[in-house]
Write a protein that binds this ligand. Structure first.
Ligand code: NAD
Ligand code: DAU
Length: 353
């Protein structure tokens, strides 16, 4: 039976995927109400949501998912029926240098939200609700070159502190369905790219460095493989799961689009040669650097379940998606420059308040 989300609490709404989700959702369902919650860590940027500031159906709340009482009050006071949980520490390299924040936010933070949802929905007999947890393909570990892509039944074998924290959070979500009856769903998605991605991640970093003539760091031999999906194709998958996904089910989301890191960087360099010619090919900026500790060699998603059961199909090809993305970073240079120089934390206040 189809479920219709009416009032949503979206955590991590000022981050990369969360902000794209809010824009996607408000465009697709302008009549629904969305509360975007975010702690505005280094990765959260209110500027990502500025075009919604006049939209009466969208409210931004500056809060931490670890603040269970506040989340509980938000759910209660706004009659929220659907919680979509993006908030997380998300960068693998940061998890290697400082794992604590990952275990705190990703595991305890998810548990805090589950406790609030249980209290407001289950303890008051509200059966019409959804708790959707956004997770990652990294929980499944790494694949050999010719191994089949990850399915939902693959064993969890997380390798980085980030992946381990996400894997744990998936288990905590599952336990709240099995023990208490919370209506939960989980999605495990492959690497996203698109507008508003923080320029510490490979694709935006490479675009920004090309524009600045800086070196393009490739970890190790550059032959690690990722399965890239345009961010709104991830959001389309979550949309289908919210409406028609089965409770207590996990859905892999991916675009069947595997690329070695070095190849993707070369594609970006070619696009930069076309859009931003500087007299020398951009791939001259490629620099091989020390490998990431415990670097997973290959991820690949088998998305047959969401395709067959929910009719999922990515709309963006990699060709169109990467072109749009390069163009977006060229058109929104101030957005990433303010992040690079740190002024994004104060710029909004200065400009809008
Ligand atoms: P991001 O780092 O860009 O955004 C995370 C957001 O969460 C930020 O706005 C940050 O301020 C917020 N946040 C962090 N800690 C918080 C806390 N304690 N309370 C409230 N807000 C907090 O991350 P992203 O790339 O947008 O990823 C979003 C989600 O999707 C994550 O759960 C991630 O694991 C998952 N995911 C990401 C990808 C990807 O390729 N980026 C792929 C699959 C799954
Ligand atoms: O697979 C889904 C995951 O994808 C998400 O769960 C994570 O939140 C997200 O950050 C992403 O993780 P990755 O580690 O795959 O993404 P990142 O952009 O950091 O790196 C992509 C690949 O590029 C990876 O193999 C490491 C490599 N890399 C990355 C950077 C930043 C480089 O070679 N050089 C770099 O400078």
């Amino acid at each position: 039976m189809t479920y219709t989300p009416k009032i949503l609490l979206v955590t991590g709404a000022a981050g990369f995927i969360g902000s794209n989700f809010v824009h996607y959702w408000m465009d697709a369902y302008p009549e629904s109400k969305v509360i975007g919650l975010d702690a505005l860590t280094y990765a959260g940027n209110k500027e990502n949501l500025v075009s919604l500031s006049q939209n009466n159906n969208f409210t931004f709340v500056h809060a931490d998912i670890l603040d269970t009482d506040k989340v509980e009050k938000l759910l209660q006071d706004n009659n929220v029926d659907t919680l979509v949980h993006f908030a997380a520490e998300s960068h693998v390299d940061r998890s290697i240098h400082g794992p604590d924040a990952f275990f705190k936010t990703n595991i305890e933070g998810t548990h805090s939200l589950l406790k609030a949802a249980k209290k407001v929905w289950l303890d008051q007999g509200i059966t019409d609700h959804r708790f959707h947890h956004v997770s990652t393909d990294e929980v499944y570990g790494t694949l050999a070159p010719d191994a089949p892509a990850f399915t939902e039944t693959n064993q969890y074998l997380p390798n980085s502190p980030y992946a381990a924290s996400k894997a744990s959070s998936d288990h905590v979500v599952r336990s709240y369905h099995h023990t208490y009856g919370l209506n939960t769903t989980i999605s495990n998605c492959s690497n996203n790219y698109g507008p508003y991605q923080f320029p510490e991640k490979l694709i935006p970093l490479v675009i920004a460095n090309c524009l600045d003539g800086k070196s393009l760091p490739i970890y190790g031999d550059g032959q690690q493989i990722r399965d890239w999906l345009f961010v709104d194709d991830h959001n389309r998958g979550i949309d289908l799961i919210l409406h028609n996904g089965k409770i207590d089910n996990t859905y892999n989301i991916g675009g069947n689009n595997e690329w070695a890191n070095i190849d993707i960087v070369n594609v970006i360099c070619e696009l930069m040669d076309e859009h931003h010619p500087v007299g020398a090919p951009h791939n001259q900026l490629i620099t091989y650097v020390k490998d990431r500790a415990g670097h997973d060699r290959r991820y690949a998603i088998n998305a047959s379940k969401i395709m067959n059961e929910l009719g999922y199909k990515p709309q963006e090809t990699f060709e169109t998606g990467i072109r749009k993305t390069v163009q977006w970073y060229m058109d929104n240079e101030q957005w990433w420059r303010r992040i690079m120089d740190g002024s994004y934390k104060t710029w909004l206040d200065k400009n809008y308040e």
